[in-house]
Design a protein around this ligand. Sequence first.
Ligand SMILES: Cc1cc2nc3c(=O)[nH]c(=O)nc-3n(C[C@H](O)[C@H](O)[C@H](O)COP(=O)(O)O)c2cc1C
Length: 323
Amino acid sequence: MSDIQKKQPILMLAPLAGISDWPFRLRCQECGADELVTEMVSAMGLLQAPSDSRAYQHLLAFHERERNLTIQLFGHQPDIMAGAAARVSLLPQYKGIDLNFGCPAPKVTGSGSGSALMKNLARSEQIIRAVRKATAKPLSVKMRIGWDSNHINAVDFAKMCEAAGADSLCVHGRTRQQQYAGRADWGVIAQVKQAVSIPVIANGDVFTPQNAQVLLNQTGADGIAIGRGALGNPWLFGQIRQALRGETPTVPDAEEILKTALSHLQDMVTFKGERWALIEMRKHFAWYLKGSKGAAAMRAQINQTEDLTTLVSLLETHFKTLV
Ligand SMILES: Cc1cc2nc3c(=O)[nH]c(=O)nc-3n(C[C@H](O)[C@H](O)[C@H](O)COP(=O)(O)O)c2cc1C
């Protein structure tokens, strides 16, 4: 969250495992996201993977046009987290380091990482202090509002993060128990904002420019992070900026959507090669197609297509008939 205090409110792409690789991040940046975050990267995996391995290269892959890119680390051991932070601090592509204290997945919480850390303030504090010592880069924490509805401890947790050396916070307004269901509680985010002096980014359930305006008004947050709302809709960032300026948000036409989907595909081919790009892009195309006439049939065809030329021509035909 490097430029966080320069430009308010910050519009950030939230970390999305399996989704926020550089081809997607670049689309979001081009459409107006101020800050980008990688998907979560295992601190242990990072330290153990040989730096010339394919896994390591893929985890840390970025594009030279990306700006304000933060890497998110997850883990539960202070020394491992600090070691990984020290290592990524040497990489100039990252402006900042974010610590994942929000992931609800059992395979992450089972080892005491992600949102499980919200139940363990002492361990969380050790991690933040250790990482703080290991890096001079801006350090942010991504947290939830608590473990479950009986343990909503976001305010205490946020104060601890600030005291331990975090430079900013991103608060997803759900408990771990909620995973991604129900509504995000923006009221608790507002309480966190009141309780700390460091910047607070509000997160959860922003799908429209209007959602963003209400969230900012209700919380007084310094910015918002958008996850699911950006899927197939990176234009949301620019639309929010327009709405905040009092302008009418521009809705992308079919031609614009096609252009963006094709650049996304092209970048994915560069990143992962044609075969994997075709597979990886299926979900993105489903999102880009969402709401357009004939989307279901087109999705089915795309999912069976195994060559790039056919795929491109299917997409062109689909979107050109919508113009
Ligand atoms: C598919 C998916 C993957 C996610 N991966 C991460 C992740 O790697 N790190 C993280 O901190 N949060 C992750 N999240 C949580 C999001 O960053 C965000 O907090 C959550 O989706 C709520 O925001 P939204 O309503 O704008 O989607 C993920 C969410 C989804 C749906």
